[in-house]
Design a protein around this ligand. Structure first.
Ligand SMILES: N[C@@H](CCC(=O)N[C@@H](CS)C(=O)NCC(=O)O)C(=O)O
Length: 212
């Protein structure tokens, strides 16, 4: 049994919950973070000294944090060869895109586009427009890589899709000027057909809107 601490509106929690669901694993999730609080207690900090979500325990195992590391753990521990290729040379071709979206696309999209559109000060009158423009080549790069897909690794969904796909619900549902990326659009549409994606990733983020 996996225990997950973290609110359903956190994209990092969503990546973990989506992976758990795709792998058909049993889990229980406890709301923590944002309006739920609970990240600064000694007990929580003993599990995750960052005071962030998600935190996960697999049975009596040591607590894990960092969502992409947790996705990789789950994939390696419970995924089949398609979900977690055992050949490092094959796996890195997928993992480099998982790492890229987490370290290149997501920070740019999250901090410079998502949060300003959700009411956070954008840092100057043209900052949001500039950031939206700068996001376009990143989306095009990912779209070219996805190509016909249907998934990042080809015919079967894998661990890297969890890290990549979790970013796309907000990307496609916010109202802003996106790059023309037919292959990425089709990839997102395929993800939206997956029950586990719909349940764990297509979650309203309205409660995160900053109103003051
Ligand atoms: N790199 C970490 C980032 C964790 C993180 O920033 N989590 C956010 C939610 S997405 C958080 O805990 N925010 C504080 C809160 O929810 O109260 C990961 O991928 O797990």
């Amino acid at each position: 049994m996996l225990t997950v601490w973290g609110r359903a509106t956190s994209s990092n929690v969503q990546a973990v919950m989506w992976t758990i669901a795709e792998l058909g694993l049993e889990s229980e999730r406890h709301d923590r973070g944002h309006a739920f609080g609970g990240l600064d207690t000694p007990d929580y900090l003993a599990m995750n000294p960052n005071g962030l979500v998600p935190t996960v325990r697999d049975g009596d195992g040591a607590p894990m944090w960092e969502s992409a590391a947790i996705v990789r753990y789950l994939a390696a521990a419970y995924g089949d060869e398609k979900f977690w290729p055992r050949d490092p040379a094959a796996r890195v071709q997928l993992d480099m895109w998982a790492e890229w979206i987490k370290t290149t696309f997501a920070p740019h999209f999250g901090m410079r586009v998502f949060w300003p559109l959700m009411g956070k000060a954008a840092g100057g009158p043209d900052a949001l427009d500039t950031s939206i423009d700068a996001l376009k080549p990143l989306a095009i790069r990912l779209s070219v890589r996805i190509g016909e897909g249907p998934y990042i690794g080809g015919q079967s969904i894998c661990f890297a899709d969890m890290v990549i796909g979790v970013q796309l619900y907000r990307y496609y549902t916010l109202d802003f000027d996106r790059a023309k990326t037919p292959a990425l659009d089709a990839y997102y549409a395929r993800l939206c057909e997956r029950p586990a994606y719909r349940e764990h990733v297509m979650v309203s983020y309205e409660s995160l809107r900053i109103t003051k």
